[in-house]
Design a protein around this ligand. Structure first.
Ligand SMILES: *Cc1c(COP(=O)(O)O)cnc(C)c1O
Length: 455
């Protein structure tokens, strides 16, 4: 018994002593009781004390079929018995080939080639570098298409290139001197419309603004990058219907490559396999990561059109090669997990059955809309943002220093659920496999936690 108590105490001490946690103010983390996960089962995470928590944000937006899913576990064990890693630099491996073929089959038409990497940020860096290099090859030395267009409130990752196209001041402003220049158009978010208009009477004025930006800079712009349907990290900001399709038209009209960042939305999260499908959009480049392995291993992919790929072909001495590649590119274990996860998603009835769960979740969320301090409940499939406000009438936000979101998630933790807020927005993003009873429990815990902190 004492030995077990010592083991737990040591883990807690060593966590504080040795780990620098991401997106975490460590001075405050040290004051809080740590949650140290030891095991998991389905939609539950289990800590070292044996306490069970609903995994309400899919372990940061990655888990799809639950933890310890038998078929993904089996695929990984079989692959470990064959080979765990071998490079894709100049040679190939079996799961990487099978997965590339599968990704080309299931993604929107026109995407023909798969470039692997290992995180959402690298998938975005690669898309940006490919777009830049594409125009260098196509237009030669005089090429002026070297810039990018992005949206305010955008989040595309934490590396310097992906931060350059990011539009969240709290995360990105400090690094401004390090970033390459980017032209920003207004975020298509209706609750706090940057143009102070109302949908639908606005007739998508935000898309008109984007078009103005693109018209002004298109001779210098190589590509536009966008999170389709919903800007995730900014607080689950849902774009008005038709916006994404308009962006596709604008990119085509002004000769910009369209990069769609489906790192968060991919693999069913918004109700369709990919969010682009909902507006019939085929991008020129598509970034995938988070849900690709079902939440098991780091893996990412940047898909491109044949036209983009072909611009890089030529004799070696023309130096049109794409000189880029991360060490663990196309890792066979990660690819095997992704193949198993996708085959579960493709199983009969999974996505159709998921529509029913999405509707059920909407119904459960309805009562929260009446809470005194809930400004808006936003939902796209299984991506939910509940924005807390001081005053519903004026939409006055809580000051960030009140850490209202953080206080709510600590309450949820006491009640048996792990979630993570985005500022004043409470995020719910459960694994797709979650059952209705657990959905109800998840929303009940959320409601009780919000009431406890705000009323
Ligand atoms: C999480 C995220 C990224 C970055 O992915 P990492 O794997 O954390 O590097 C990029 N784009 C979007 C839309 C994301 O949600």
């Amino acid at each position: 018994m004492d030995q077990e108590r010592d083991r737990l105490k040591n883990l807690e001490d060593d966590d504080r002593r040795y780990i620098w946690h991401p997106f975490t103010q460590m001075q405050e983390y040290e004051q809080e009781a740590p949650v140290i996960i030891e095991r998991a089962e389905g939609v539950f995470l289990i800590d070292i004390h044996g306490k069970r928590y609903i995994d309400g944000v899919s372990s940061i937006w990655v888990n799809v079929h639950g933890h310890c899913q038998p078929e993904i576990d089996r695929a990984l064990k079989e692959q470990i018995g064959r080979v765990s890693h071998s490079t894709l630099l100049g040679i190939s491996n079996v799961p990487a080939i099978q997965l590339a073929k599968k990704l080309v089959e299931i993604t929107p038409p026109g995407l023909e080639k798969v470039f692997y990497s290992d995180s959402g940020s690298t998938a975005v860096e690669i898309a940006l570098k490919i777009s830049f290099q594409f125009f260098q090859h196509r237009m030669g030395k005089s090429c002026k298409k070297t810039r990018f267009v992005a949206l305010t409130n955008a989040y595309h990752g934490d590396t310097i290139g992906s931060v350059s196209v990011g539009g969240i001041p709290l995360f990105h402003d400090l690094f401004h001197p390090l970033l390459f220049p980017c032209d920003f158009a207004p975020s298509p978010c209706c609750y706090r419309c940057p143009l102070e208009m109302t949908y639908p009477s606005c007739s998508l004025a935000c898309a008109d603004e984007l078009e103005k930006t693109v018209r002004r800079v298109h001779e210098e712009a190589a590509a536009l990058i966008i999170e389709p349907l919903i800007q995730g990290a900014a607080g689950m900001l849902v774009a008005p219907p038709g916006y994404l399709a308009r962006v596709r038209e604008i990119c085509t009209r002004y000769d910009l490559l369209m990069i769609v960042d489906e790192v968060a939305t991919g693999f069913g999260r918004t109700g369709t396999l990919f969010a682009c499908e909902q507006e019939g959009v085929s991008p020129d480049l598509l970034c995938l990561a988070k849900g690709m392995t079902g939440g098991y291993l780091p893996l990412a992919a940047t898909l491109t059109s044949q036209e983009v790929f072909d611009a890089f072909l030529g004799p070696y001495e023309d130096f049109k090669t794409f000189f880029h590649g991360h060490t663990y590119t196309g890792n066979p274990l990660a690819c095997a997990a992704a193949l198993a996860s996708i085959s579960l998603l493709e199983r009969d009835g999974v996505l159709p059955g998921f529509q029913e769960k999405i509707r059920y979740l909407s119904g459960e969320l309805d009562p929260l809309k009446e809470f005194a301090h809930v400004g808006e409940v936003r939902q796209k499939g299984f991506m939910v943002g509940i924005e807390l406000v001081m005053d519903r009438a004026t939409r006055k936000p809580y000051p960030l220093k009140e850490k209202i979101g953080h206080r709510v998630i600590l309450e949820a933790r006491k009640r048996g659920m792990i979630i993570r807020p985005l500022g004043n927005v409470i995020v719910l993003m459960p694994p797709l496999c979650i059952e209705k009873d657990r959905i109800r429990e998840m929303v009940e815990i959320t409601g009780a936690s919000i009431r406890e902190v705000t009323e």
